[in-house]
Design a protein around this ligand. Structure first.
Ligand code: FAD
Length: 396
């Protein structure tokens, strides 16, 4: 049976979980696993592409895409199991925006020709996509973006700059929001454009983050000529295209998995450093345990409600992103603050592991990698604003 013909959505939840668990145990490389000490491990570049191709070859890629487009066609509930099992098996996270953002956008709003051309290339990693929305003066206020695309015959001529473009230096393509018209309302006159990063006139400059990684980039466009066919949706209607998928992103970012791993490490540090008799430390730990427990219940309640309704997530999922990201801040801060001199070290420190082997961990890196979670995919202040207006119905 070829991967495309396998209908895993038809399996019972238990069968599905069992098959995925067995597949991951057999195929996921042990040396790439997240473990107790490397809880936030991420894959990028060729190791990430290799793993995505393995998923593709075995019919485990693109859980949310319909099967007719090469995905798994899983229900939301099975997608939850899928993500749980990947976390359970220690699979490192991959930021695969082609699969999670562009593909579903094209399936929903792209032309048949765009789907036919781009979707298979996303699945086999021939194309690796990054997201070019933010600009130096257009982050939360994204509609103020100024990168322009002017139609000249059958081509757009693009000029301007994007910033904070995650993994642009590993990518072959970028999906962008560009200004194509000026209207009284600034959300109008924006278009959604697909650009090959090899096009002449594009310069990519990496930015080093606080953890010391070239995680994101500036991307400059200088008279970049882009075929008109690369426009997704209608001209000047890119805002609607970009907004089509926001809810699901907040559900996955809101997963309690990372916070759970940070807490496991925190509990271990308390033992390892002999802090069980420190009332202050134990009070903080108990609070964090209780908060994580509460949050897991909230997360599963919201996910169940989405699964039962069969509808896309509503604005209340902003709550997940806010709570999960702030809990992760608190946990990584706790881990550093209780670790004395170990917490102040940049780079690996050696601590005895749960099975008494000595293993290295980098608490500073974890603290720094947790910081941006409150910023990306819509800063928490903006999420609170959404909750206040649309969920609580408060006045602007
Ligand atoms: C790790 C990381 C990866 C990213 N990856 C990408 C990517 O791949 N592609 C991409 O396009 N962008 C990416 N971004 C950019 C991200 O979307 C923006 O950083 C975010 O939208 C915030 O915009 P800003 O940085 O311009 O901050 P600003 O919008 O200037 O905000 C600064 C502060 O002011 C607050 N604030 C702003 N407006 C309001 C308001 N109306 N009410 C209350 N408070 C407000 C914000 O919450 C924030 O605390 C990434 C960011 C990070 C940190």
């Amino acid at each position: 049976m070829t991967p495309m013909t396998i209908d895993r959505d038809a399996l019972s939840d238990e069968e599905f979980r069992g098959q995925l668990r067995a597949f991951l145990a057999e195929y996921y490389p042990a040396e790439l696993k997240q473990d107790f000490y490397r809880p936030f491990r991420r894959l990028r570049g060729e190791p990430a592409n290799q793993w995505l191709r393995t998923l593709q070859q075995h019919g485990w890629r693109a859980p949310a895409w319909p099967r007719e487009h090469g995905g798994m066609g899983l229900s939301f509930r099975k997608q939850l199991i899928y993500h749980e099992e990947l976390e359970h098996a220690g699979v490192a996270r991959i930021i695969d925006l082609g699969e999670t953002q562009l593909g579903p956008t094209l399936i929903k709003l792209g032309s048949a020709a765009q789907c036919e051309h781009y979707l298979p290339r996303i699945l086999n990693c021939e194309h690796v996509w990054c997201q070019g929305y933010s600009e130096p003066n257009a982050g939360s206020d994204l509609a103020s973006l100024r990168t322009s695309a002017v139609l000249e015959g059958d081509e757009f001529v693009v000029n301007g700059q994007k910033i904070w473009t995650t993994h642009a230096n590993d990518s072959t393509h970028i999906f962008t929001l560009v200004r194509t018209g000026k209207y009284a309302k600034k959300q109008q006159g924006i278009s959604f454009l697909l650009i090959d990063l090899n096009t002449p006139g594009i310069t990519i400059r990496p930015i080093i983050n606080l953890a010391g990684e070239d995680e994101f980039c500036e991307v400059f466009f200088d008279n970049v000529r882009v075929p008109r066919d690369n426009l997704v949706g209608e001209l000047d209607q890119g805002w609607t295209v970009a907004k089509a998928l926001l809810g699901y992103e907040r559900v996955w970012i809101g997963s309690p998995a990372l916070a759970g791993k940070a807490l496991d490490l925190g509990q271990h540090l308390v033992q390892q450093l002999g802090l069980e008799s420190d009332r202050g430390v134990m009070d903080q730990l108990a609070q964090l345990q209780a908060d994580l427990h509460d949050y897991r219940l909230l997360y599963s309640r919201i996910c169940d409600a989405i699964a039962d309704s069969g509808k896309p997530p509503g604005p209340e999922v902003s709550m997940l992103k806010v709570y999960a990201s702030e809990l992760l801040h608190r946990l990584t801060e706790f881990n550093v603050s209780i670790s004395g001199e170990y917490g102040a070290v940049v780079g690996d420190v050696e601590l005895a592991g749960p099975s008494a082997e000595v293993t290295a961990t980098d608490l500073y890196w974890q603290l720094m990698m947790a910081r941006p979670v409150t910023i990306f995919a819509g800063a928490n202040e903006i999420q609170r604003d959404i909750l206040a207006k649309t969920v609580l119905g408060l006045q602007a």
